[in-house]
Design a protein around this ligand. Sequence first.
Ligand SMILES: Cc1cc2nc3c(=O)[nH]c(=O)nc-3n(C[C@H](O)[C@H](O)[C@H](O)COP(=O)(O)OP(=O)(O)OC[C@H]3O[C@@H](n4cnc5c(N)ncnc54)[C@H](O)[C@@H]3O)c2cc1C
Length: 441
Amino acid sequence: MPQPLRLIETSPNPPARADVVVIGGGIIGVFAAYYLARRGLSVVVVEKGRIGAEQSSRNWGWCRQQNRDARELPMATKSLELWEQFAADTGEDTGFNRHGLLYLSDDDDEIARWARWRDFAKSAGVTTHMLSSRQASQRGQATGRAWKGGVFSPTDGTADPAKAAPAVAAALMKLGGTVHQNCAARGIELEGGRVSGVITEAGTIKTRTAVLAGGAWASSFCHQLGVQFPLATVRQSIVRVSPLEQRLPDALAGPRVAVTRRPDNSYILAISGRGRVDPTPQLMRFAPQFVPMFAKRWRNVFPGGLEGIRWGHETRALWKLDAPTPMERARILDPKPDPAGVRETHRRAVELLPALGKAPIASTWAGYIDSTPDGVPGVGEVPGVPGFILAAGFSGHGFGIGPGAGHLIADLVTGAAPIFDAAPFRPDRFNKSAWGKVADF
Ligand SMILES: Cc1cc2nc3c(=O)[nH]c(=O)nc-3n(C[C@H](O)[C@H](O)[C@H](O)COP(=O)(O)OP(=O)(O)OC[C@H]3O[C@@H](n4cnc5c(N)ncnc54)[C@H](O)[C@@H]3O)c2cc1C
């Protein structure tokens, strides 16, 4: 059974022109389009499959500042405000709730790291509470055991990945923006070196601004334009167990597994950072740039198999613009979950929260996480291609920071003062050095 997702109806026929064309209807693309439409621009979203059907509905739903890299923290803090503002402005339900995130540990080094992060976060105006052993054991009483310590971030929360991207797309359409599913963008049309249109399978849409929010497909799409954006996609597996009568914590990260409640009291189980890297031509091309990242995460990242080749999202082949592309052959990237990972995730979750043992596994799925060498996304205009804005490489954090990223994209497109400093996200930063600081979490 696939991951749950609200399906929305959209028009099959894109218009002939628009102020901005957004390629990709995940959380980043729809929020960017929403904030652009609010500024009175005509906006079109083209999505090769269904709105939200790739990473944006396959994730845990965590919207967190806790443990966030310093470069991303302002985006995370703003995003939490924007999730609330979006619901108030539109009445659309994304399932966003600031119920707080709870982390429990028995590891002194980890607890000390959290304390250091708390001190740093305080200087940025973010509150997080270190928990003593007594407090951690009390907050984590559903685990039925004592803990050395923990941390609780009261202003963080989750949104519902089954609802969020479709809700934003629905709000966009109410503002007059148009959304087109089963409509792949095959390429970008240039005139005098500047964007003049987006070529889709349903015809060309004339525009001076194209935003590529293509998730796991972004690098192979850029390659068609001669732009090299280093991405490696990591296949992470998720387990969902059936609704329980007993209420467990909304969002709990134990030492070896994380558990998230969904609105129907079903639970999402996953191992943070664990995944498989499937060898592909793209991986071979960018592998040297990912050495520091994989060296830091080697305990959790395992070699994969042929899934990456099978889906074709990391091809290095150049495709024709007047014939079906790999994106039309893979409308929804739906990789196989890793059976060993699924078993291990379930085992660890039941060990952490024994009540989960009463609920059968309802479904499993996987998603490809588009990761950059430093674990921070690339957002900004691509140098040398005026009018082409890239927003990809969200490295496993893009759902929670989707509203902030979307707002920033709208700022960059309209020339408004950026909602926070855009400099750390420059997409061309990898041209200089691949050996910059890798995000800690
Ligand atoms: C298992 C898992 C757990 C995660 N947990 C969390 C979490 O708890 N919190 C968090 O913040 N983040 C989490 N993430 C990361 C988060 O889901 C992503 O960073 C975020 O959803 C990225 O959004 P996106 O819009 O960039 O990409 P996507 O949601 O992948 O959307 C990209 C869209 O672009 C479309 N597309 C691509 N190319 C084209 C084209 N040429 N033409 C038309 N359409 C195109 C695709 O079909 C797709 O729908 C997790 C990810 C995974 C996989």
